[in-house]
Design a protein around this ligand. Sequence first.
Ligand code: XMP
Length: 507
Amino acid sequence: MDKILVLDFGSQYSHLICRRIREFSVYAELVPFDIPIEKLKAMNPKGVIFSGGPSSVYNKDSPRPDSKVFEMNLPLLGICYGHQLIVDNFGGKVKRSNKEYGHSTLTIDNNASLLGGVGDSLRAWMSHGDEAEKIPDNFKIIGHTERSHAAAIANESQSIYGIQFHPEVVHTENGVKILKNFVLNICKAKQEWTMEGFIEKTVSDISKIDGNVLCGVSGGIDSTVAALLIHRAIGNRLKCVFVDNGLLRLEEEHEIEKMFKDNFAVNFTPINAKKRFVDGLQGITDPEKKRKIVGEEFVRIFTEFAEKNGPFRWLAQGTLYPDVIESGVSKGPAAVIKTHHNVGGLPDWLRLEVLEPLRELYKDEVRKVAAILGVPKKLLMRHPFPGPGLAVRIIGEITEKKLHICKLASKIVEEELEISGWYDKVWQAYAAVGDDKAVGVVGDERKYGNIVMIRVVESIDAMTADWTRLPHEILAKISNRITNEIDEVTWVSYVISSKPPATIEPQ
Ligand code: XMP
């Protein structure tokens, strides 16, 4: 498959370059800037993009790619720091300048090739403190801003381009058009990256493995899709285990079991371990201790299952591409299969190899794969849920009473958001509960009941989040239903802290 390689020089936007390119069906991959040249050549890219980054090319220790990458006769596009790298490499001069941050108007001086079809000017997103003072011989300026006279440059005969702005961010007008010009017209990459193609190749790769696969499924989209792909490839040599830890959303354990049984023919074993988890968490108030106890109990249950139902050779995980990049794990020779031992805290003697069919995909791509594989829409749109479940939404000790309040109140929040059309617009929406109480009056009687906290947030990647400005009438209805339908609750509060400084979950 045709591919574009993006060399990562450390910009917070590097990832986005790949995403934007994949969105128009060309496979793009982020690789470290210092990838060995033999490895880069072996990947056979149709073109290379240098990302932005925080360094200055005139610093001695600035990150540099192998210089042979400039001599491969491949189309090159430098963005921001990458642009300066191209200027510097081909004999131009980069100097410190006044910072240009945010929107600038890019005036197009030559709209052939890279800047074709974008009009006479565009709003471009800038974020730089260095600029090209003198451009190299054989290059020409194709765009400028008020502050950067060489904001876009080209050496057409060698297909080498540099742009000071970021076409990958949505704030740049026609940014995708510029990336398309480079990838489709200049690199001539074919649009071969489709989720149907991904499924076909992944299933074919996995069908070549020997041995049985163990997959823990949570009911979430990633583990479900991983399981379905593996099942397509090896059928009942895959065994899925679903652990009900008693910390799930209301009725979720039944919904997950039903979804698997009604929709998929996979070998599925539900394990009711509610009591084990709740007993293990008794008297524990510290959030990190709760997480540890939940994690360890999962491992014990998994291990017991493997002992009884093995042997297993593989452990399947729903790892996604951003996790792979963030953890700095380099790719093995086969795209979907990485082999190493003792991952995920499982005991050493299990010696399972890890199968990660989704390690090339972004979340939105997983959703597309899920839709093709027939995953019900309800699951596709379900909000993310933390691994330790309600253990992190119940502040203080976990008791049956607080679990009951938390589950019912969260259900009401979800229902009201669905009715009002807000559910799909927000990242997460739930109720949390602690030990704080407030006085209420019911009928003629005074009642001392629990305080419930409603949390509804918007986010793109959970790294930052803003609290949702829900209309007051929806909040009023939620509050009214919670105090009426859950006897133990007298007060309902709405959390208006964003992340940072707060986090999405209370614990
Ligand atoms: P925070 O609370 O850190 O959460 O803003 C960010 C996102 O991660 C989820 N989350 C977890 N997921 N195990 C998980 O699998 C955890 O321990 C955990 N803690 C938080 C949270 O729901 C949010 O989407």
